[in-house]
Ligand binder design. Structure first.
Ligand SMILES: Nc1ncnc2c1ncn2[C@@H]1O[C@H](COP(=O)(O)OP(=O)(O)OP(=O)(O)O)[C@@H](O)[C@H]1O
Ligand SMILES: [Mg+2]
Length: 255
């Protein structure tokens, strides 16, 4: 191989490197192991979903990526950088945003102030433009900018949590159960917004979901987690058609 072609090959390999890579990650709560050695990749431009039953460790994986709790073993890299031991606030500066489970908006702050909190980590020059954008995505929030977060309905709080994460213009968006407790119509709207963000803006999405049907329909690829281990992976279509996945997560499910 000539020097030129090896350089080209290196560039191609670099392009194939996942945006987010999780290798052999083990996370504990005290002495109890919650993640038992997780391997997972998310490539740029993908929507990747993680499904699994209650207590499987899905939220733990998402939080471990964000550095809290921290991986006790293994390695997490983002855009080629080792983030395993980085502080949460440093990770947040790396164009990763998180919409955590249970919404975690600031209840005493107005919708507008909540959105400011999402943006304040980054360049305020884009604030008006980004506000306009999330208001277009979520017209409900636009009507309620001065309302306190805590008085929003459950669905509206979920929209606010996602909108707040978007205010930082993330390259990678981590969403923990955006459909939780929402009416089917709102779930549909939220999944359409995720699809639009991915297709129009090229946003990479890691989606933790119990609503396996919707998640697998939307995602390019998926992983199944059972008690701290990844037990299956494949394209969204493959997993949707897989008899084991169907039996465990889809039959009699909420779709
Ligand atoms: N702060 C904590 N302290 C101790 N144990 C915890 C803590 N958080 C989670 N766990 C335990 O770790 C395991 C994985 O929890 P996790 O929240 O990651 O599951 P999950 O897959 O997100 O479940 P769900 O679908 O119910 O949200 C569970 O057994 C849970 O009880
Ligand atoms: Mg969870």
């Amino acid at each position: 191989m000539t020097a030129a072609t090896s350089i080209q090959q290196a560039a191609i390999d670099a392009g194939r490197q996942p945006l987010l890579s999780v290798r052999g990650v083990k996370t504990y709560y005290g002495n109890i192991i919650a993640l038992k050695g997780v391997d997972m990749d998310v490539h740029e431009g993908e929507i990747v979903t993680l499904i699994g039953a209650n207590g499987a460790g899905k939220s733990t994986l998402m939080m471990t990526i964000f550095g809290n709790p921290r991986a006790r073993e293994g390695k997490i890299t983002y855009a080629g950088q080792d983030i395993t031991k980085m502080a949460t606030h440093e990770i947040a500066r790396m164009s990763i945003a998180q919409s955590p489970e249970g919404r975690r908006i600031f209840p005493r702050m107005t919708v507008f102030e909540n959105l400011q909190m999402g943006a304040s980590l980054h360049n305020m020059a884009h604030f008006d433009q980004d506000l306009e954008r999330v208001c277009t995505l979520f017209p409900r929030l636009k009507e309620r900018l001065q309302q306190r977060g805590g008085t929003l309905s459950g669905g509206e709080q979920q929209m606010l949590a996602i909108a707040r994460a978007l205010m930082s213009r993330p390259k990678l968006l981590l969403l923990d159960e955006p459909s939780l407790g929402l009416a089917p119509l709102i779930v549909k709207q939220i999944f359409e917004i995720i699809k639009e963000l991915n297709q129009k803006d090229g946003m990479t999405v890691f989606l933790v979901e119990q609503n396996a049907y919707h998640a697998l329909k939307l995602a390019h690829r998926g992983y199944v987690m059972v008690t701290g281990n990844i037990t299956m992976s494949g394209t969204g279509k493959e997993l949707l058609e897989n008899p084991q996945v169907r039996a465990a997560y889809l039959e009699g499910g909420h779709h």
